[in-house]
Design a protein around this ligand. Sequence first.
Ligand SMILES: [Zn+2]
Ligand SMILES: [Zn+2]
Ligand SMILES: [Zn+2]
Length: 597
Amino acid sequence: MEQPVAHRPQILPGESLTSLIFRVVQYNRFELLDFLNYIRRDGRKTLQRSDMALMNVTPRSTLNMLRLSQMLEIEVATLLKASFDPILRLFAQGSDATQQSRFLAGMFTNKHRYCPRCLKEATYHRLFWVDKSFTTCPKHEIYLVERCPRCHGSIDLNAVAIGQCSKCGHTLTMIEGTTDSNETATMRWIEQSWSTLLEVAPSKFLNDEEVAQRLLYLASGKSEYFERRTVDSSVPKSSITPTLLQHARNSLAEKRALHLGLLMSLLHDLHISMSEFLVTEVPRPFVDSLTQSTDPLVQRLACVAPWCSSFERPGSLMKTGTTYKEYSDGTSSKYFMACTDCGCEYALVNDGEIQERTSFIAGYHQIMPLIHLGMSIKKVSAHLSQPVDQIQRVGAYFSTRLDIAGQVVLNAKLLRRFVTAVADGETLRSIQQWPQWDSYQAYLRYRYHSDVMRALHMYKRTRESKRQDLAARRRQVRQVLDSLVREDVNITIRTVCKMLKVCPETIRNWNCNELIFEAKRNQAAERSAHKLAKVVPKAEELFTIHQKEEVLSAQLYEFIGVGRTVLWRQAPEITAHLSLMLREHNKQVRGSDNTSP
Ligand SMILES: [Zn+2]
Ligand SMILES: [Zn+2]
Ligand SMILES: [Zn+2]
């Protein structure tokens, strides 16, 4: 049993372990290196000052925590909470030091920084100051400082812990600090996340699969089943979805934890707090829809459409609503499935054979060759004695799939509208009445596009009561969006939440994120077009006035009456357009100069 030291400071709120050690050394007039090596972990080589940063990350790899605990009369668990150790145990338990360091790689700065005002309130080093993304103090809304205000030398941990520059002895708090409140909300979020993690961590252990599954579940708005499109539209980069899926399905060749930085930034983007993340429970059906492993049969079966990118590759089929059907002739089908890639529907028939129910495969072999030959729909119909409608449907289905001459390009906006309408529960009969369709054939091309087919299959899977509920919610959200557009108020999830008096979480549960994003995109595009319509004629006016002279960029923006930076921030594409106009004008002026004698 180790004897307690004479002066035993308590850990202060948010204090780092190294800061505590510095204060112990200072109060008891110890030699730093002597003390460090006294509490060094058995078998560890002599500790240097440079080892201290690591003590805030993995203290147990360097220090004998039990000895330190006895000397300071502070519980080991409490000491560890002054470092990132609990977080590593939460996410990367059982992995080795290399894997652990990879989990946090790049998150911490090796410069030592401080908030002058926090330091003035109480002199000690805060653990979160080492997080690179932490740039301003959320409490004081000023930038963290990383150099001595007097000698401008870099700061070390010790200096921050005792509030004095180690090189010139200057008091570190004697600086005002530069105000910036833009990032305050984000900084608060980060600080809150770290605190939550340290608070909960020791009682929990999350494996990598669980972390990724939770993220996918949250990114898909807690929907019943995994829906790739929803996740893609709510994560900032579409490359994130495959990464999450690999982790969630545990299909990585090499086992590694999902980077903590990715976890944090994703949650932040999704407006989900760390505490919500930690209590989120992913329902079984959602996990199953990620791996589709509950149903070994469905997992084993593969799409048999020759043109499908998942042709004979198991895993693309999903079960749709219906499970069993009996026909009057005594036969039956079960396991109704759809291919998430090509949209073909299948069922298992009596003898366990997979049978396509949409007859696109037959169409592919019989109808398409004739259409390729240039035969008209009517002629194909007569030739094969099949109804015209069937030929039209098959033609429409393949018009957006096969790389054939005359392949049609669909209007992306209209396609999205179709998908949204399906998700809203609008019937195909009613969609078919839209005035946008030039012809029945035009409607069919959209109707059989893979995005629409996927939406239809997904819709079928949702329970009837939930469908009605969601449709009503979406109508509400749409009304709010319309009013925001009318009143020219910025569309954000937050504004919509405020108006509906609900939280972002609820909006996600209503599957309305995509709806809002789209309205936001449209609003931005419209505003930009509006601005362009005002700014461009003004620029042209200036160029006409200075027909024979070159115009400076500054001159142009002064004439327009908008600052370049301001405009660039609001509408970068307009600034680009103006630069182009300016270049053209000046080139012309110079060109005509050259030709004049
Ligand atoms: Zn501060
Ligand atoms: Zn100094
Ligand atoms: Zn397929």
